[in-house]
Design a protein around this ligand. Structure first.
Ligand SMILES: [Zn+2]
Length: 212
C-alpha cells in the first residue's frame, strides 16, 4: 500500500461540513476532545469525540456512531448501542488515539418519536425491520458521506473502523478513506436485545458473532 498522502483525498473533492468549535471533554473513560460540526448543505449537526494526534498515515481507530437516545442515554437493553459506544471509547482510550463521529440520526434516521412508535409495534410482536416497514419508513435512512468528510477534516486517511455494519465500512471507502482494518465490537448484550440483534444480523447483514 502506498504511503503517499496524495492517494487519500475525498472522492467528492470538497468538504461539505464545517468545524464550529472544539473543547476538552474529560469523561469517566478518559480525557477526550469534543468538536461540533455543521453540514454546509443541510441543517444536520455532528459531534466528534476524539483523542490523540490525528495523522494521515497512522492507522487510527474510528467509529461512526448513530445516535440512540434510548441506548446511549437511558441504558436501554433493547439494543447494544450504549455498550458499543462505551466500548469504542474504551478502545480509543487504550490506543491513545481515535475518533468517534456521533451522527444525530436517531433510529436509523426516522427520529425518536417514530422510533418509539416502532417500539410500540415491537411490543405487539413485530421485529425492527417489520416495524419500520409498517410505519412506511425505509429500513435504513442513514447517510454517512459527511461523517467520512469529518474524518478527513480531522486529518485522517488510514482508518481502523470499529463497526459491525458493512454499509458504514463501504461508505467510508467510497468517500475515499483507506479502511485498513475492521475492528469488531463485541459487547455482552442482555436478553431483551437478543431478538433485535438476531434481526440485525439476519435482515441487515451485520457481521458480529451471535449465538442464537
Ligand atoms: Zn440503540
Amino acid at each position: 500500500m502506498s504511503e503517499n498522502s496524495q492517494d487519500c483525498l475525498p472522492t467528492t473533492h470538497t468538504i461539505s461540513v464545517e468545524k464550529i468549535a472544539t473543547a476538552k471533554l474529560p469523561t469517566q473513560i478518559g480525557q477526550f476532545k469534543i468538536a461540533g460540526y455543521r453540514s454546509l448543505t443541510s441543517n444536520e449537526e455532528f459531534v466528534v469525540l476524539y483523542k490523540g494526534e490525528m495523522q494521515k498515515n497512522f492507522p487510527t481507530l474510528v467509529r461512526i456512531h448513530s445516535q440512540c437516545l434510548t441506548g446511549d442515554v437511558f441504558g436501554s437493553i433493547k439494543c447494544d448501542c450504549g455498550l458499543q459506544l462505551r466500548k469504542a471509547m474504551e478502545l480509543i482510550e487504550e490506543a491513545g488515539r481515535g475518533a468517534i463521529v456521533y451522527q444525530q440520526q436517531e433510529g436509523r434516521g426516522i427520529g425518536i418519536i417514530n422510533k418509539i412508535r416502532a417500539y410500540a409495534l415491537q411490543d405487539e410482536g413485530a421485529d425492527t425491520v417489520e416495524a419500520n416497514e409498517e410505519l412506511g419508513f425505509v429500513v435504513d435512512a442513514r447517510e454517512y458521506q459527511q461523517c467520512a468528510e469529518i474524518l478527513f477534516d480531522l486529518g485522517l486517511c488510514r482508518v481502523r473502523v470499529m463497526s459491525n455494519n458493512p454499509d458504514k465500512i463501504k461508505a467510508l471507502e467510497k468517500a475515499g478513506l483507506k479502511v485498513v482494518e475492521r475492528v469488531p465490537i463485541e459487547v455482552d448484550s442482555q436478553e431483551p436485545a437478543a431478538h433485535y440483534l438476531r434481526t440485525k444480523k439476519k435482515k441487515l447483514g451485520h457481521l458480529f458473532e451471535f449465538n442464537d
